[in-house]
Write a protein that binds this ligand. Structure first.
Ligand code: GDP
Length: 635
């Protein structure tokens, strides 16, 4: 029967962590807070744990516990326990190292609890080795972020040269978008397209492969605008950050300055009691790099990254290109399962049978397991970075799945791609209780305006909507801003800036709203109105055509008609018009009727003659020029 951990713990008057620790010890799997138990197992647990006094300051554990067991019993994170061990007791251990009793007692005391030793649990064959699925630890996948020129590429190069896992081929590493290094027993996968643009572009496509972000900060330069952007991107993705304070070989390097500046960006270094690891390094001399790699492995250990090499294959494209003589080549990162040469894969909207598979050093591979980046050859077309890769039974299955996907896409395009969040439809979302957050990305011309806009937006109050600024900075709206917006359902707001051409096309493709303003109060009013669900629709003129008045006809009953000729584009019966005499605007209004000879018509095109009447205006003259347009709602 299923037993709820929390309820069982409450019965025994102990912390749920203690029950979990015992269950873990017995190898009993816990799913969704419950475990399968018979009366024997429950009895055993009661015996082992004993009934607590209800005193929340005492925990009871059997001897021979590891930091992970203690963290679970205390209800704190693994990392907190490891940090305490390193800081207070100068003890560098892994999460699963068994601690001496005295150490364990001190450690527990450090968290304000008293440790009571419980009876050891007898080994119960039935409960002991319950398999926990086929999950195994897997190497962390790491991305390097940071400001331009702070040394991202240099650091990646240094690490690659010094630590590549494949020593034999290490000297001739080629660029496939990712590589692996070894450090003692540990392996780390680095994505070697540095910078947050690639990172966020992948995320916008729904692929999040990065486990840990390394934030490179040049110690002689400190935190710069792109450093802040990188922090925001990593935080929005929920990826833990390790800081590499680079260029410490330089005389001008000032580590303290970096340490002091980080807390302003909600990264509190462990030196100041926070949980952010800062590693001083030099990509030139290599100083500190081994320590950085160790810290990455430690972080990975804490995160308990796991995958099942025997599970169903899942992978993602890191990079893809067309190479002369080789055809479409894609670098795939294995997420689950194992990829084998000869497998038939469906990659995004294309497919193929893998005819060759190489590692980052160009060495042929037969198989690749979790977190391994491989270059694959044999697919029919070049996929996109972020595309998912799956293995299918045979070529027929691949073809039919790809056809299905293409058809789906075609359908989507007919209907139009799904619109992301816009200010105008905020109210509908709210009514449907779909969202509670309005996520914004703010770009402005100067730092002063950024601060001003931020300040005013932060003052907007609403019971229903949380207005959240995901990123703010100086400069035009860029492609990576749009990608971030797409990934987090945000709106890009520009003040005194424009979207870059790439950003504009990407926004159109991904249906991200970009709003630009030159007057700060219009910006604030719009956001306020949107939050209150009262945003007026916005219209834009859509040019239809130019029409020349060539004769004026007087009809006795129906008044005057402008005998006209469409010189460009078209004119529609319900169009709005502006009539100009030379440069002077003589009329602004709407078309009342549009005729071809005597027939009413809906529209007339360039080269055609027509009779036009205007609403409430007849003072037109031969030679007047009509500009026809329509007002289209743009949001
Ligand atoms: P990226 O734009 O962040 O990829 O930066 P790069 O790796 O291209 O480095 C920018 C410049 O800083 C180059 O001239 C590098 O040689 C230099 N650089 C990078 N790391 C170090 C370092 O640790 N020490 C010193 N002295 N210079 C470095």
């Amino acid at each position: 029967m299923p037993v709820n951990v929390a309820e069982f713990a409450a019965q025994l008057k102990v912390a749920p962590g203690q029950v979990l620790a015992q269950l873990n010890d017995l190898g009993v799997e816990v799913t969704n807070g419950s475990f399968e138990a018979d009366s024997d197992l429950l009895e055993l647990l009661r015996e082992a744990i004993g009934t607590g006094s209800g005193d929340s300051k005492t925990i009871s554990l059997p001897h021979g516990r590891s930091p992970r067991d203690i963290a679970a019993a205390l209800g704190v994170s693994d990392k907190e326990v490891l940090t305490a061990l390193i800081k207070k007791f100068k003890k560098m251990v892994t999460l699963t190292t068994v601690l001496e009793d005295e150490m364990a007692e001190k450690l527990v005391a450090e968290f304000g609890f008293k440790l009571e030793w419980a009876q050891p649990v007898a080994n119960r064959p039935s409960a002991s080795k319950v398999a926990k699925g086929g999950k195994h630890p897997r190497p962390p996948v790491v991305t390097i972020l940071g400001h331009v020129d702070h040394g991202k590429t240099s650091l990646l190069d240094y690490i690659r040269k010094a630590n590549v896992a494949d020593k034999e081929h290490g000297g001739i590493t080629q660029h496939i978008g990712a590589y692996q290094v070894t450090m003692g027993d540990g392996v780390i996968t680095f994505l070697d397209t540095p910078g947050h643009a690639a990172f966020t572009a992948m995320r916008a496509r729904g692929a999040q492969v990065t486990d840990i972000a390394i934030l490179v900060v040049a110690a002689d330069d400190g935190i710069m605008p792109q450093t802040i952007e990188a922090i925001t991107h990593a935080k929005n993705a929920g990826v833990p950050i390790i800081v590499a304070a680079n260029k410490i070989d330089k005389p001008a390097a000032n580590l303290d300055k970096v340490l002091q500046a980080l807390p302003q960006h909600e990264l509190v270094p462990s030196e100041y009691g926070g949980d952010i690891t800062v590693c001083p390094v030099s990509a030139h001399t290599g100083e500190g790099v081994p320590h950085l790699l160790e810290m990455i492995l430690l972080q990975a250990d804490v995160m308990e990254l796991q995958a099942d090499p025997k599970g169903e294959f899942e992978g993602v494209v890191i990079e893809a290109k067309l190479e002369r003589g080789r055809g479409p080549v894609a670098t795939v990162l294995v997420e689950e399962g194992t990829l084998k040469s000869g497998d038939v894969v469906v990659v995004g909207k294309t497919w193929g049978k893998i005819k060759a598979m190489n590692d980052y050093a160009g060495k042929p591979l037969k198989e690749a397991g979790p977190s391994v980046p491989v270059e694959i050859l044999g697919i029919n077309d070049v996929p996109m970075a972020g595309d998912a890769v799956i293995v299918v039974k045979d070529e027929r299955a691949a073809r039919s799945l790809t056809d299905e996907r293409l058809e789906e896409e075609r359908q989507r395009n007919v209907v139009g791609p799904k619109k992301k969040m816009t200010l105008r439809d905020l109210r509908n979302h709210l009514q449907a209780e779909e969202i509670k957050d309005l996520n914004l990305i703010i770009k402005a011309d100067v730092q002063g305006s950024v601060e001003a806009v931020r300040g005013l937006i932060e003052k907007i109050e609403s019971d229903e909507v949380n207005v959240k600024i995901l990123l703010s900075g100086v400069g035009n709206v860029t492609e990576s801003d749009v990608n971030l917006a797409a990934a987090s359902n945000a709106i890009c707001v520009g003040f005194g800036v424009k979207p870059e051409a790439k950003a504009k096309s990407e926004a159109e493709r991904q249906k991200v709203e970009i709003r630009t303003y030159n007057i700060i109060y219009e910006l604030i009013e719009d956001i306020e109105a949107a939050v209150k669900g009262m945003l007026e629709p916005k219209f834009e003129e859509e040019y239809h055509g130019t029409v020349e008045i060539r004769a004026v006809f007087k009809l006795t009953k129906a008044g005057k008609v402008a005998g006209s000729h469409v010189t460009d584009g078209k004119i529609l019966r319900n169009d709005k018009v502006r009539v100009k005499r030379g440069t002077e605007l003589v009329y602004e209004g709407t078309v009342d009727s549009l005729k071809n000879v005597k027939q009413d018509v809906r529209e007339m095109f360039a080269g055609q003659d027509c009779g036009v009447k205007f609403t409430g205006w007849e003072d037109f003259k031969e030679g007047d020029v009509i500009e026809a347009y329509e007002l289209v709602q743009i949001d």
